[in-house]
Design a protein around this ligand. Structure first.
Ligand code: AMP
Ligand code: MG
Length: 422
């Protein structure tokens, strides 16, 4: 059986990122939040756009004020008032100053701003009591960014700070990667939708909904294909439908060793190459990872990247843990994120409770990751950690890892915790 690390490497090696030419679209700035840049962004504007004042005060010539002090103030004639947004009309000559406000354009002739606090106004004159540094409080044009230089590189995820930068630079049309298409379906004769009345023995198909939510949060488009009974012909038809439009397929159930577990055999029959059958992880041991060679070989890329198929365990806890541990990195890489941002984030946390495992497989225990007095703490979810207990999975923000060979980690010890974040 593969270790978790081996499985992760195999999965990442199977993923081909979206193509930076073919798999892109142009979006407006207002619709760009959460998207990933597919091309470098360059602005035609300097930042700041022009020399401007960092203070409320007076724009002066440094030579006029360089040797003043409280006993011998410089006295300058005020020739103009320059609020933000106003274009200065007059050049500051020797012996003159312009009143200037924060963010306003520097006038011709002036090279320095004296802050208001070091001055005294007397009608149309200003007295300056302290010599400033040369060029004090002047934000020079292009000091922070020069037009034509790279502003943001490809692979950046657009969030609030990037939106601020792009708006200020007037970059309103952005080339981003298209969203990856993730097709989801559930297998099982026992499954019904959350709306259907339950007959004895039936189980609600929570996976379809949980996985769609996971995909949405992970930045993909979820395409749900419903429930398929454990019948080879129906499964074969559904898998064929799924791979025709997906970048990634997520099916749940039917990958174990039970009498009704047909998925692996059908994948092989349909020409898939299976790379993983099971992983030494708990929960989530039965995990099938397969690739389908592209159906249409004739597109512009020569060969389309293969469709990546995850046959996840049916158990809802196992299915979600597998998504967090194995599907998310694949989706990240496919989406165009840089390799350094693809793998899950593990943090060191002090566990508040003893963590127990069998020692045979790498074990992931769910709970809450909290920051207490500046350190991470892991709070194990209360109740049973049987993979059949779905209910205490709610509000999970971290998965504590008990390595192979360890059967207990005492309360108060440091543990590795996979941080669940989007
Ligand atoms: P399987 O992997 O198909 O053997 O399923 C393992 C367990 O998970 C069984 O108890 C199933 O009833 C349950 N299960 C399978 N699929 C789903 C699903 N889509 N939603 C909720 N539970 C499921
Ligand atoms: Mg089943």
């Amino acid at each position: 059986m593969l270790s978790v690390q081996e499985a992760e490497s195999i999965i990442l090696s199977l993923v081909q990122p979206l193509d930076e030419q073919l798999d892109t679209e142009v979006v407006e700035l207002s619709a760009a939040t959460g998207r990933i840049l597919a091309a470098p962004v360059t602005s035609q504007l300097d930042f700041p756009h022009w020399d401007n004042s960092a203070m409320d005060g007076y724009a002066v010539r440094y030579a006029d004020v360089q040797s003043c002090d409280a006993s011998q103030p410089a006295v300058l004639e005020i020739i103009e008032e320059i609020p933000a947004g106003y274009q200065p009309q007059r050049e500051v000559q020797s012996g003159q100053a312009s009143r200037i406000l924060t963010g306003a354009c520097m006038p011709q002739g002036a090279d320095t701003v004296v802050m208001q606090e070091n001055t005294q106004r007397e009608e149309n004159r200003v007295l300056i009591f302290e010599a400033p540094e040369p060029q004090a409080f002047v934000r020079k044009k292009a000091a922070f960014y020069q037009a034509g230089m790279p502003l943001l590189p490809p692979g950046v995820t657009i969030g609030a700070p990037e939106i601020a930068v792009l708006a200020a630079a007037q970059c309103t049309q952005l080339t981003v990667y298209r969203l990856p298409k993730v097709v989801i379906f559930s297998t099982g004769n026992e499954l019904v939708t959350p709306e259907q009345p339950l007959q004895p023995g039936q189980i609600v198909d929570s996976n379809q909904y949980a996985l769609a939510a996971f995909v949405l949060q992970a930045g993909g488009v979820a395409i749900s294909l419903g429930i398929v009974p454990d019948q080879p012909e129906a499964l074969r038809a559904k898998i064929t439908q799924a791979i025709s439009s997906a970048d990634i397929v997520l099916s749940t159930g039917g990958v174990s060793v039970g009498d009704y577990d047909y998925v692996d055999q059908i994948l092989t029959d349909l020409g898939a190459q299976t790379h993983i059958h099971s992983v030494a992880v708990k929960p989530g041991k039965p995990l099938t990872v397969a690739t389908f060679p592209s159906l249409d070989q004739e597109n512009q890329r020569g060969t389309k990247p293969p469709v990546l198929y995850f046959g996840l365990p049916g158990n809802p806890v196992s299915a979600l843990v597998s998504c967090w541990r194995f599907v998310k990195p694949a989706l990240n890489k496919l989406s165009g994120l840089p390799p350094t941002s693809c793998k899950p984030t593990f943090v060191q946390a002090y566990t508040r409770h003893e963590l127990r495992a069998s020692g045979k497989r790498e074990t992931y225990l769910w709970g809450q990751l909290q920051v207490v007095d500046g350190s991470y703490e892991f709070h194990l979810a209360g109740g049973s950690h049987s993979s059949g207990n779905l209910i205490n999975l709610a509000q999970t923000t971290g998965l504590a890892v008990v390595p192979v060979g360890q059967t207990s980690i005492p309360a108060g010890e440091l543990v590795q915790v996979l941080q669940i974040s989007y």
